[in-house]
Ligand binder design. Structure first.
Ligand code: DGL
Length: 265
């Protein structure tokens, strides 16, 4: 039997996984959660596949030994599209990953042209090619790497307004491609990006809808933990892997997601 106090561990390189936590809270309000931000290695999107895979496998192994989670959610598209298979091979714990929401986007589009915003590492993954081949046949998928948006989301969660030019560049990066004017659906294929939906919405205009994977991930977590009981032994907390950045400016944002403390790893 699963210990009712065993947490769900939600993992990202930074604040992006909070968009997944928000949806998990809606379905499983009593689930104890440990949120992990690997800010020591942020951004993942500019690293090599080998670096990301080694980092994610090593860190999740340490965290699993220390906190005995009932389930780990890799709330990061970059880490999931690169390392999900590997992590599943090395850890016994059920692992839920985050994959670009190409399938729902393909079902939603009317024009048949979908945009995808992700990190540099995510948009070059074969995992994304496979999702495109499987779910977006006969549609056009235009990809754009927007690493600046990761930093913008990190700033926003510290209460600092990001430079609006960043959002204009992200929109132009998709809409300015050949055929880009036909985009009516944009996949936010990085968990940081839904934190910026309002700002992005202004640049893309009212005819574009955004889609991300957070709700689907929460449903998957609820499905995999069905029948288990939940009882918090302590308040939910976050772990920050960074030792040279002060996490306290993030605390107000984390508190709004029910995380009252940010500890150092
Ligand atoms: N939040 C992560 C994702 O979903 C990536 C951010 C980063 O580059 O670290 O891809």
């Amino acid at each position: 039997m699963v210990d009712p106090a065993a947490p769900i561990l939600i993992f990202d390189s930074g604040v992006g996984g909070l968009t997944v936590l928000e949806q998990v809270r809606k379905l499983l309000p009593d689930a104890p959660v440990i949120y992990v931000a690997d800010r020591a290695a942020l951004p993942y999107g500019d690293k090599s596949e080998a670096e990301i895979a080694a980092r994610v496998c090593g860190l999740l192994g340490r965290l699993a030994e220390r906190y005995h989670p009932r389930l780990i959610c890799i709330a990061c598209n970059t880490a999931s599209t690169i390392a999900l298979g590997m992590v599943r091979e090395v850890l016994e714990v059920p692992i839920v990953g985050t994959v670009p929401a190409i399938k729902p986007a393909a079902e939603m589009t009317r024009t048949g042209t979908i945009g995808l915003l992700g990190t540099r590492a995510t948009i070059r993954q074969a995992y994304v090619d496979n999702l495109e081949a499987q779910y977006a046949q006969g549609k056009r998928l235009l990809r754009h790497a927007a690493p600046e948006l990761v930093q913008a989301a990190e700033l926003k969660m510290r209460g600092i307004a990001p430079d609006p030019a960043v959002f204009a560049r992200a929109a132009e990066g998709l809409l300015g491609q050949p055929g880009g004017a036909d985009i009516d659906t944009v996949v936010l294929a990085c968990t940081h990006f839904p934190l910026l939906e309002e700002e992005l919405g202004k640049e893309f205009g009212p005819s574009v809808r955004f889609v991300d994977g957070a709700q689907g991930i929460a449903r998957r977590i609820a499905y995999l933990t069905k029948g288990q009981s939940f009882a918090r032994a302590q308040d939910d907390f976050a772990i920050d892997t960074s030792h040279d950045q002060d996490p306290s400016p993030l605390l107000p944002a984390f508190q709004s997601y029910g995380i009252g403390r940010i500890l150092r790893l």
